[in-house]
Design a protein around this ligand. Structure first.
Ligand code: ATP
Length: 296
């Protein structure tokens, strides 16, 4: 059997940090959506477990046991008591250290596909429990669509989305380490004015009201990341000037996104923005995180 997997990137409409647990993990409250941008994996049955990174542009992504795809496969082997292997070919398109959950989505895609390839018959809930050991965003990536995510990422509640939303993302300069951004948040603290209104954002997303969404959204990590990468601020301004109704950083950055009223305005803005930012990408929200097709 051969499985083709699309592992979708995510964007944060909201990201609030409610506190820190004694074990160091942060208590979060977020609204997250899957978007069309995705990595792809080609997974075949094999005796041993192996991973090939199909493009060498990403030399900073490990192709060994440190890769989240390999960690997902090995954790599943252990949890299900499986000795089978697989040949995995990973094509990366999601920017790295971007706040778009690329590594987590690859791990979620590997878990879901290998669960099928190896006939493990684990439920979504069981896959989420395994996924959480690999990364806080993995349970969300397994659910996909629009979700309210709380705790350390283990409480994932699927939410209805009133309409597809058209976006442009830009990565202004180098990526950012999630760990470093959270460490700086500790020293710098949170300004209450930066906190999102999760309830209002959830309602705006359900009703498809973009202006209400923009006034309710927020990411408490944005000011910290802006201080580390001042170019983030410039990119947010450029997105707004290109016709975005609102613009914000996703996750711990450094990717920022702009929200456009429709596909036409989004395409028009992309043409303009790509002159300054060749890595600008247009995308829209989708209602699933992982898609798997079976080939003979
Ligand atoms: P998040 O939004 O979940 O915080 P991120 O966009 O900040 O994620 P990723 O790009 O998912 O970060 O990955 C961050 C780190 O994980 C990098 O140091 C990278 O080398 C490592 N990594 C391991 N496996 C992968 C993978 N399959 N894809 C991307 N990065 C990976």
């Amino acid at each position: 059997m051969r499985l083709l997997v699309r592992a979708r990137a995510k964007i944060n409409w909201t990201l609030d940090v409610l506190g820190q647990r004694p074990d160091g993990y942060h208590e979060l409250d977020m609204l997250i959506s899957s978007v069309t941008l995705c990595d792809q994996m080609d997974i075949r049955e094999a005796e041993d477990l192996s991973l090939l990174l199909a493009s060498n542009r990403h030399s900073f992504i490990p192709a060994d046991d440190r890769n989240l795809v390999m960690r997902a496969a090995q954790t599943l082997q252990e949890a299900a008591g499986i000795r089978k292997g697989a040949e995995i070919r990973l094509h990366k398109y999601i920017p790295v250290c971007a706040g778009m959950g690329g590594g987590s989505s690859d791990a979620a895609g590997a878990l879901m596909a290998l669960n099928r390839l190896w006939n493990c018959r684990l439920s979504l809930e069981e896959l989420c429990r395994i996924g959480l050991k690999i990364g806080a965003d993995v349970p969300f990536c397994l659910h996909g669509g629009l979700c309210r995510v709380k705790g350390i990422g283990e409480q994932v509640m699927e939410r209805p989305m009133g309409r597809s939303i058209y976006l442009i993302t830009i990565q202004p300069g180098r990526g950012l380490s999630t760990k470093e951004v959270f460490e700086s948040l500790h020293t710098e603290g949170i300004n209450p004015a930066d906190r999102p209104d999760n309830e209002a954002a959830e309602q705006a997303l359900a009703e498809g009201h973009l202006r209400e969404l923009v006034s309710a959204m927020g990411n408490v990590l944005e000011p910290v990341s802006v201080r580390k990468r001042p170019k983030i601020c410039e990119a947010l301004k450029d997105l707004r000037e290109s016709g975005a109704i609102g613009a914000q950083m996703t996750g711990s950055g450094s990717v920022v996104f702009g929200i456009y009223p429709n596909a036409y305005r989004c395409r028009e803005a992309l043409e303009e923005l790509q002159k300054k930012y060749p890595n600008a990408r247009a995308m829209h929200t989708v209602d699933s995180g992982i898609e798997i097709t079976e080939e003979e």
